[in-house]
Design a protein around this ligand. Structure first.
Ligand code: DC
Length: 228
């Protein structure tokens, strides 16, 4: 079967990463987490003390940054200018920072170009907010994954707890609301469901069920629908 481009978009905590990673493993595809790229730019900006609304400086910074996503032991490792920042980009501060730098059109322009290069050959599962709408509007399969805000907050809070972060559940829910508003309300490539995306609500589904559903949808893609 030819290699597909599978786009997975959705709000924070909807289960995109777990789903994208699992679908990539089941299909033998490459997994690309585009949120990690926005997080890496935010981390660099925070370390340099840049204001996160300084559009020109952030755009120049993004253009002058090398981000490598490398597959390893079932996960993806993230390198920022050669430094392994896989853990450093997962803090609440960097998460909030990422949704701020993601508002800047110039930053998006730089990162979207890299994402298109990375997925051009197909055989990828790419997750983010604008993959089906902007990065790959012709993706073979588009999934828009959602879950209730309460479930999303619980999932995110459990992740924070596992890492030893002290953030509590109400604060996590608040953080999710803030990021939802920023991600959906921004002028440049807001989080929207592409018209032809399949909407999947994972509130009452086990991760493995969702993954198998998406693999089934992928396998049903007609090989003749587009030659790549
Ligand atoms: O998926 P995540 O939580 O790691 O993403 C971090 C932030 O990056 C998120 O608040 C929105 C932004 N983002 C984006 O604007 N576009 C993408 N394709 C991926 C992430």
């Amino acid at each position: 079967m030819r290699s597909l481009i599978i786009a997975i978009d959705g709000p924070v905590g909807s289960g995109k990463s777990t789903l994208a990673r699992r679908v990539a493993a089941l299909m033998g595809y490459v997994y690309i987490d585009t949120g990690a790229m926005y997080r890496a730019v935010a981390l660099k900006a925070l370390r340099r003390g840049f204001p996160l609304d300084a559009a020109d400086r952030l755009t120049a910074l993004a253009g002058d940054t090398r981000i490598d996503l490398r597959a390893g032991d079932g996960t993806q490792r993230v390198f920022l200018d050669g430094e392994d920042v896989t853990a450093a980009i997962r803090t609440p501060d960097v998460a909030q920072g990422a949704s701020k730098v993601a508002v800047v059109p110039g930053v998006r322009h730089v990162l979207v170009a890299e994402q298109r290069r990375a997925g051009a050959e197909g055989g990828v599962v790419m997750e983010g907010r604008d993959i089906g709408s902007v990065v790959f509007p012709d993706a073979d399969l588009k999934i828009f994954l959602t879950a209730s805000p309460e479930i999303r907050a619980q999932r995110r809070w459990r992740e924070h707890q596992q890492k030893g972060d002290s953030i509590d559940l109400p604060r996590t829910l608040q953080e999710i609301h803030e990021r939802d508003q920023r991600d959906s309300g921004r002028a440049s490539s807001p989080l929207v469901r592409a018209e032809d995306a399949v909407m999947v609500d994972s509130t009452a589904m086990e991760p493995e069920e969702v993954a198998r559903l998406v693999v089934m949808l992928a396998r049903n893609q007609s090989p003749a629908s587009a030659a790549r």
